[in-house]
Design a protein around this ligand. Sequence first.
Ligand code: ATP
Length: 328
Amino acid sequence: MKNKLKTIAVLTSGGDSPGMNAAIRAVVRNAAYNNLDCFGIYRGYQGLIENDFEKLGPRSVRNIINRGGTFLKSARSKDFRTKEGRQMAFDNLKARNIDALVVIGGDGSFTGADIFSQEFDIPVIGIPGTIDNDINGTDYTLGYDTALNTVVDAIDKIRDTASSHDRLFLVEVMGRDAGDIALNSGIGAGAEEILIPEEDLGIDRLLDSLHKSRKSGKTSSIVVVAEGDQIGKNITKLASDIEKDLPEYEIKVTVLGHIQRGGSPSCYDRVLASRLGVGAVDALLEGESNIMVGIQNKKIVYVPFETAINIKKTLDFDLMRVADIVST
Ligand code: ATP
């Protein structure tokens, strides 16, 4: 493969995350470093089908390492789920003599990449880009660290008003079915309670804990609620259930929403993106295919798409214990 590889392409797919631009930059520059031509594909798989390509060189990716989002834009493509759509995508790659593809996205994007690669026998490498940190086989995904810092910053501000008014704030954070953002931001921002999908402790335990906090002298509280948590899924109902049981608190709900996905990437995410982007091109040059480039114990690793997609990532439950202890 090393001799055969001449031209590659890169795209971003699924939800955007901070660090995607930095990863594109690293892919483009490592391609140039190895004398490969590189195309950027706009709007993910949809742009691949609709022939939305642009040749990129080292200077095309200047001044983007610090920018959130993705300059190649991202999309969710229904057409790529069909055989006809993927055939058009492949034909567009072949028309430009593109030998391999780098896909920056989440598990859905990797599922599409895996199918595409096997169907047309074309090497595809994935880079995990999602703020949720929910992809198995990598300790961190692109954008997670930035999102955590955004959430902690927001909760710090909310705490100012919570403590000035004796309020209890329920703060909903992203993460889909994963509690990484909630758990880590909850510890980092000193939340009294953290509700995560991986551990359904029920409303009674939450109420009991809030009563205890009140008795211990706390006059305001922050509860971080992961969007996928069982009792937190309906956060307005949760607020009214708590209000009935703890009428002494004024309950406020804040849904942080998409501010968590935006913003300039943290230094950690920029370095991670640079390593993963360089790693993806290295992997192609080594003849790899159908793998995600991830990071484990600070080392770049190659993880088969199957492992990344089909195995659920486990949460570090010791962090729950730490959260319990430090919130007493
Ligand atoms: P996020 O974590 O932000 O949701 P994601 O990569 O998981 O990112 P998805 O919308 O699940 O986002 O997937 C992105 C795209 O990947 C889809 O719009 C679709 O084009 C493609 N894709 C997902 N699953 C498949 C599949 N089974 N077959 C073909 N393509 C797929």
